[in-house]
Design a binder for this molecule. Structure first.
Ligand code: GLC
Length: 447
């Protein structure tokens, strides 16, 4: 956990240092047709993350619990005997994901504990060989996603604390140093690459979501080689940013950007309570309102939200998470027009809330947080509003221009009157049709 905190700290420190420059995760890579292949990801806005693993049996933290010595390694692995997947219904999962409005899903194929959810030929530490589930858990899920037109993501931990050829193990002990035993390390790299080949060949993902890169350098992992190899299977594969500089987009975790990140593509990955995996004792659920407002905030800042759910060992999804995804889905049905396929919003200062704009920039969407009725204000809008509609409700609203001086170039303030009876139970969206592509006045007033 300390490492995680340090990593997050470093991430935001770096973010601050470079906040003026447009930065992509792929700083070390060739721009292999990246703009085209990233388009579906940029339009997708919402993905569902799924942490499913043996850690759900005792309800303890995924892999970190033995690494941080909260439980012995032996007792941690014992959990595999209780991982039965008895109620696993991949179609129902895909159905729920579709209903939420998400356009992609990322499932943990193998976490840092090394337990694979598919019958890898490389190790017995997989749920088919060693758990009562006894079946490949990936195939039905990726089939179900494909049938529903949802993009398929495979989470894969580069580091593998169970593999005897991997140096790292417990937080204060490691098996060896790479410099002392390069053969051992190269055996591990072969193992890792073979597992990646299995995933690419058998499940044909659209997105590879790496994790755990921080324990070794790009050179040690041969990150360039891994990227090249994956793209040889699928040139359109999108790779997240946790490949030591060889990914396509950034993946801040749990923490919310306050200023707009300058990354071209980014995704906030976040839990629905405080843990990635299922933990019965964790009841700190975020409410649907909180989830929706975080989602809107990420999208208005040009990013996606990858929202985590954590099935139980039998494969059933906690009812609280079903509720969150259902409420999110209903909200998206009413308001998704303002989210999907749109662009992050206008600069801060014009409107005190999140916004998005259409790709032709003739439509501006305003998101009203909380129970925001009454007069809302927009500053510096240097074009005319043809129509204002409340999404999901159809009501048309009137507006008033205040303080426009005939001889001044400074636009007047726009006041929109929002009656209480048009409010969405969560976040209300106003759709402003403009007379031309949006122009904004950003000066200091009539100086
Ligand atoms: C971290 C953790 C891990 C979790 C992941 C999700 O890097 O190590 O437990 O799966 O983030 O983003």
């Amino acid at each position: 956990m300390k490492i995680k905190m340090l990593r997050n700290g470093i991430f935001f420190y770096i973010l601050l240092l470079i906040c003026d420059t447009q930065l992509n995760a792929q700083t070390k890579i060739q721009p292999d047709n990246i703009q085209n292949k990233m388009q579906w990801f940029a339009d997708a806005k919402l993905g569902i993350f799924i942490h499913w693993g043996i850690y759900a049996v005792n309800g303890i933290s995924e892999s970190w619990s033995f690494h941080n010595k909260e439980i012995s390694y032996q007792n941690y692995l014992q959990q595999i005997k209780g991982f039965n997947a008895e109620k696993y219904d991949a179609n129902a999962w895909a159905e729920l994901i579709k209903y939420s409005g998400a356009k992609y899903a990322v499932l943990t194929t193998k976490h840092h504990d090394g337990v694979a959810l598919w019958p890898t030929k490389e190790s017995n530490l997989n749920v088919v060989a060693s758990s009562p589930a006894k079946k490949d858990l990936l195939a039905p899920f990726y089939d179900a996603l494909k049938k529903k037109g949802i993009k398929a993501g495979t989470y894969f931990s580069l580091l593998d604390w169970s593999n005897p050829d991997y140096p790292g193990f417990l937080k204060d002990s490691s098996r060896y140093q790479i410099s002392d035993n390069p053969q051992k390390w190269s055996r591990f790299i072969t193992f890792l690459n073979r597992q990646l080949s299995e995933i690419m060949e058998q499940y044909k993902p659209d997105l590879m979501w790496f994790d755990g890169d921080w324990e070794h350098s790009a050179e040690e992992w041969d990150a360039a080689g891994i990227r090249k190899k994956l793209l040889s299977y699928n040139p359109n594969l999108i790779i997240n940013g946790r490949l030591m500089g060889y990914g396509d987009y950034e993946t801040p975790e749990q923490n919310f950007p306050v200023t707009r990140p300058q990354f071209k593509w980014w995704e906030l990955c976040m839990t629905t309570n405080n843990n990635w995996g299922y933990q019965q004792k964790d009841t700190a659920w975020k409410t649907p309102y909180e989830i929706i407002s975080i989602f809107v905030d990420a999208v208005s800042n040009g990013g996606n939200l990858l929202l985590d759910i954590s099935p139980k060992p039998d494969g059933s999804i906690p009812v609280e998470q079903i509720n969150i995804l259902t409420e999110l889905g209903k909200w998206n049905q009413r308001n998704g027009e303002a989210i999907f396929d749109q662009l992050g919003g206008i600069a801060q200062g014009h409107f005190y809330g999140p916004t998005t704009i259409s790709k032709d920039s003739t439509t501006l969407y305003l998101f009203l947080q909380g129970k925001a009725s009454g007069q809302i204000m927009l500053k510096g809008l240097d074009c005319k509003i043809n129509e204002i509609e409340v999404l999901g409700n159809g009501s048309k609203l009137s507006h008033k221009i205040v303080g426009k001086i005939s001889w001044s170039k400074v636009p007047g303030l726009v006041y929109i009157n929002v009656p209480e009876n048009v409010l969405d139970p969560y976040i209300t969206v106003l759709k402003l049709k403009l007379d031309k592509p949006i122009r904004l006045y950003t000066g200091k007033g009539g100086l």
